[in-house]
Write a protein that binds this ligand. Structure first.
Ligand code: NAD
Ligand code: ZN
Length: 380
């Protein structure tokens, strides 16, 4: 056991005190893990747009003060009672949606929506006792997505931790812990484009570009990228995107533009923007008879999806997914192996890197649409 096991650890964490205000590096106390929990030392974390939405709290429930962060890599520091499949020193990826391995979802081959540990964006406490493991002078600081990786140490339920190959570089594979698996899995596990098909990807951030990679791996012959940010188009060529559409360049709705380009509609579409209008376009642009659209973006809490029912009668399918339908503990070690075997490239998703002390720069880069993934180095 490590010398810190069972003790409160004092460490640095980036605390978000108020919606939209820069994070502040504070000394926090991190309580030891309780039963079925583990405490991790985070080495690298990155920023996903989901962190930014809940930090801005414009279209999401405000829960503050909070420690954000869910895409990361680290090492197990200590484990709580009852934890048998993880030990101090294990290399792991924290995952924002868990796998208890006992509920009907975990036992189903089709679902990753674990009854106990599925994503919950509004809960700021641990499931076992409704308490936070973080505090400053005795005042609790809330968790985010059960992961809170913008802290040198954090506590998770064991079901939200994937044990990976210790030879995998954590500064790279940390992006598998959310964005890359989400986008890639949305295509290969959910949209499942047949070989030779045409796939539209809405939103060319890291999640959308991973969806494009999934389309290329599936043998799609045309991959059409849709984004409002023209800077994204040059970069997207590296991810197999063959054509580009900027909705701002057209007077007619983008679904009509796509239908004209593809003789009636694309075979598959994957939406990775979080914008409700893009979600509707992504559905309406698929071909009648066989088209499948997959929603991935996290919508505004009051968003409503509106389309004419005849779009369904005409044999189009609409689906959605969290985490690309991967089961975190069972499937993610294999996604890491894909990187190790050079079947999945990660480096091109990592456009920036900053020390932890400059974490707010990662937010600026994402808000300006300049970064795909910015790695935050916890030792800096
Ligand atoms: P990002 O900000 O890097 O990329 C989003 C892209 O969408 C940007 O390039 C932006 O210009 C583009 N965009 C925004 N509105 C658009 C519109 N109306 N039409 C076309 N393009 C538009 O974000 P990201 O980190 O890649 O995340 C993408 C989305 O996926 C976010 O909504 C995020 O919350 C969500 N997400 C979902 C899951 C899940 O499990 N379902 C997991 C991770 C992220
Ligand atoms: Zn994410």
């Amino acid at each position: 056991m490590s010398s810190t096991a069972g003790q409160v650890i004092k460490c640095r964490a980036a605390v978000s005190w108020e919606a939209g205000k820069p994070l502040v590096i504070e000394e926090v106390e991190v309580a030891p893990p309780k039963a079925m929990e583990v405490r991790l030392k985070i080495l690298y974390t990155s920023l996903c747009h989901t962190d930014v939405y809940f930090w801005e709290a414009k279209g999401q429930t405000p829960v503050f003060p909070r420690i954000f962060g869910h895409e990361a890599g680290g090492i197990v520091e200590s484990v709580g009672e009852g934890v048998t499949d993880l030990a101090p020193g294990d290399h792991v990826l924290p995952i924002f949606t868990g796998e208890c391995r006992e509920c009907a979802h975990c036992k189903s081959e089709d679902s990753n929506m674990c009854d106990l540990l599925r994503i919950n964006t509004d809960r700021g406490v641990m499931i076992s006792d409704g308490q936070s493991r973080f505090s400053i002078n005795g005042k609790p600081i809330y968790h985010f997505l059960g992961t809170s990786t913008f802290s040198e140490y954090t506590v998770l339920h064991v079901g939200c931790v994937a044990k990976i190959n210790p030879a995998a570089p954590l500064d790279k594979v940390c992006v598998i812990s959310c964005g890359i698996s989400t986008g890639y899995g949305a295509t290969v596990n959910v949209a499942r484009p047949p070989k030779g098909s045409t796939v539209a990807v809405f939103g060319l951030g890291a999640v959308g570009l991973a969806a494009a990679e999934g389309a290329r791996a599936s043998g799609a012959s045309r991959i059409i990228g849709v984004d409002l940010n023209p800077k994204r188009f040059e970069e997207a060529k590296k991810f197999g995107v063959t054509e580009f559409v900027n909705p701002a360049d057209h007077k007619k709705p983008v679904q009509e533009v796509l239908a004209e380009m593809t003789n009636g509609g694309v075979d598959r579409s994957v939406e990775c923007t979080g914008n409700i209008n893009a979600m509707i376009s992504a559905f309406e642009c698929v071909h009648d008879g066989w088209g499948v659209a997959v929603l991935v973006g996290v919508p505004h809490k009051d968003a409503e999806f509106k389309t004419h029912p005849v779009n369904f009668l005409n044999e189009r399918t609409l689906k959605g997914t969290f985490f690309g339908n991967y089961k975190p503990r069972t499937d993610i070690p294999g996604v890491v192996e894909k990187y190790m075997n050079k079947e999945l490239e990660l480096d091109k998703f990592i456009t920036h890197s900053v020390p932890f002390s400059e974490i707010n720069k990662a937010f600026d880069l994402m808000l300006k649409g300049e970064s795909l993934r910015c790695i935050i180095r916890m030792d800096g």
